[in-house]
Design a protein around this ligand. Structure first.
Ligand code: SAJ
Length: 457
């Protein structure tokens, strides 16, 4: 069986290689010649745990090309970006992919769309383009099978997560199911095409709204003078409450974008767009905290630790760091960035020591595990101040070295400091928040982990 995968990005490439490693003959197609050349010369265009080994396993049955040819199954995994000006989906890549398949489509072929799209896109946009050569739907098969893998654990999740298969008709659904059963070990749920499109958007919107709630709680906690991290840990002890983690904003190619796909044709939505606004305003909030703490400092320099959109990955798509940096530079701050995971970034990336040298405020934006073990003693900052927007650092270690530590949502009041002065650690970050708050409980019941975080996710 020959499978042609269109789009060799973070979803298309791992999917293509999984099929090839499980015995299918796979042609991967990408419009970027550099991606095609890179793969045909034995290297990968991006990093993802386990992908290198999978590539070696799949190599014999995989080839990259710039254009599709004939195949039994066509799988579209191209980007569907958001037009930032209109907040409407840009379906141009999906349209081009469908147009490039049409001349090669034969009766009995199956076309799968994995790209995330607004509800109705398959029927209104993709299928009519595939029919252009004269073969009507019904003579070829079609299904929407949205991907659900999270960057950083893509391969594991692609194999183990459950899948939604939304076929145009019964035959399409069953055929697509048998194709995914080649490597998917998770449960497969069948539905129709439009429901599958809707379900995918609901999933990411649900996460976005819940993160927005956590972010709003963090700001309210700051106003109320309580530590949101402790409060969330305690609230999550309720059997039906599961609050997510506040942070400097939501990035990535999915959660920051997909909610708009759900609402782009609606006149009724308020909650979904409000959640987007809350999450998009988090870089502003972090900068607001910085601004207050650095008021009066001359030529202030900010060191950013972590520009990736989340922890332990090198992906910067839609990262809140972009907005934070632009806002900060517009206000005259000098910015120095460090991220051990990220290769390319529009702002120069330097090593940890250079990023911290002469800094007036370190701001942690990405929750990379390696930041937990940073030794603050070695950092040659000008002002010993750190804002941990992810609650990831070992705060005791930093306060022991004389740093004032401020955690996003820790409830410490945002006060104006006289020029050049640093607020004493106790006023900025109360270690009360991590005290054993119920010493009389049996030791097996741990209320807070050593740095005040619980297992929220
Ligand atoms: N974030 C928070 N607080 C949290 C959790 C996440 O601020 O408690 C932030 C992260 O730092 C990041 C953003 O949200 O900036 C999104 O990260 P994520 O880990 O929640 O999600 P993604 O975008 O990496 O992957 C999501 C996943 N969807 C869901 O969890 C519902 C994944 O399963 C999807 O396959 C993927 O979107 C996609 O492709 O749609």
């Amino acid at each position: 069986m020959k499978i042609c995968v269109l789009g060799l990005g973070h979803i298309g490439l791992p999917t293509a290689l999984l099929f090839a490693a499980h015995g299918a003959d796979v042609v991967g197609v990408d419009v970027k010649q550099s991606v095609v050349d890179c793969l045909n010369h034995g290297s990968l265009p991006f990093r993802e745990p386990g992908l290198e080994d999978l590539y070696r396993e799949a190599e014999e049955r995989f080839a990259a090309r710039a254009r599709p040819g004939t195949a039994d199954v066509f799988l579209i995994a191209v980007p569907t970006p958001l037009d930032q000006a209109t907040k409407v989906s840009d379906l141009s890549y999906v349209k081009k992919a469908a147009d490039s398949i049409a001349p090669h489509l034969a009766r009995g072929n199956l076309v799968i769309l994995e790209s995330t799209v607004p509800p109705g896109t398959s029927e209104r946009v993709v299928i009519p383009r595939l029919e252009k050569k004269g073969i009507p739907i019904g003579d070829f098969l079609y299904a929407h099978c949205p991907e659900r893998a999270i960057p950083g654990r893509t391969l594991q999740e692609m194999m183990e997560n459950s899948r939604i298969i939304g076929g145009y008709d019964r035959d399409s659904t069953d055929r697509a199911t048998s194709i995914y059963q080649i490597f998917v070990r998770g449960q497969i749920y069948q539905t129709d095409t439009r429901t599958a499109e809707f379900v995918k958007l609901m999933e990411n919107t649900c996460r976005d709204v819940n993160i927005a709630l956590a972010n709003e709680f963090a700001q309210l906690a700051d106003e109320c003078g309580i530590n949101v991290w402790e409060a969330i840990t305690l609230a999550n002890k309720h059997p039906r409450v599961s609050i997510l983690n506040p942070g400097p904003g939501v990035g990535g190619h999915c959660i920051a974008i997909d909610p708009w796909f759900l609402t782009e044709n609606s006149t009724r939505c308020r909650m979904v767009s409000t959640a987007r606004e809350v999450n998009d305003s988090m870089p502003n909030y972090v900068l607001h905290v910085v601004r207050n703490l650095l008021a009066g400092t001359r030529d202030p320099t900010i060191s950013i630790f972590g520009v990736a959109y989340k922890g332990n990955i090198g992906d910067t798509r839609e990262s809140p760091a972009f907005k934070f940096i632009q806002l900060a530079e517009n206000e005259g701050y000098v910015i120095r960035c460090h991220d051990p995971y990220v290769g390319e970034f529009p702002h120069p990336l330097v090593n940890l020591a250079d990023a911290a040298a002469g800094s007036d405020c370190i701001v942690v934006l990405a929750d990379h595990d390696c930041f937990r073990t940073i030794d603050p003693a070695g950092l040659r900052v000008r002002t010993k101040l750190v804002i941990d927007a992810r609650n990831i650092l070992d705060h005791e270690k930093w306060t022991d070295q004389g740093f004032a530590v401020r955690v996003l949502g820790d409830g410490s009041s945002v006060q104006q400091l006289p020029p050049g002065e640093v607020m004493p650690p106790a006023a900025l970050y109360s270690t009360d928040a991590i005290r054993p708050i119920a010493p009389s409980l049996p030791p097996s019941i741990s209320l807070l982990s050593p740095n005040g975080r619980g297992d929220f996710l």
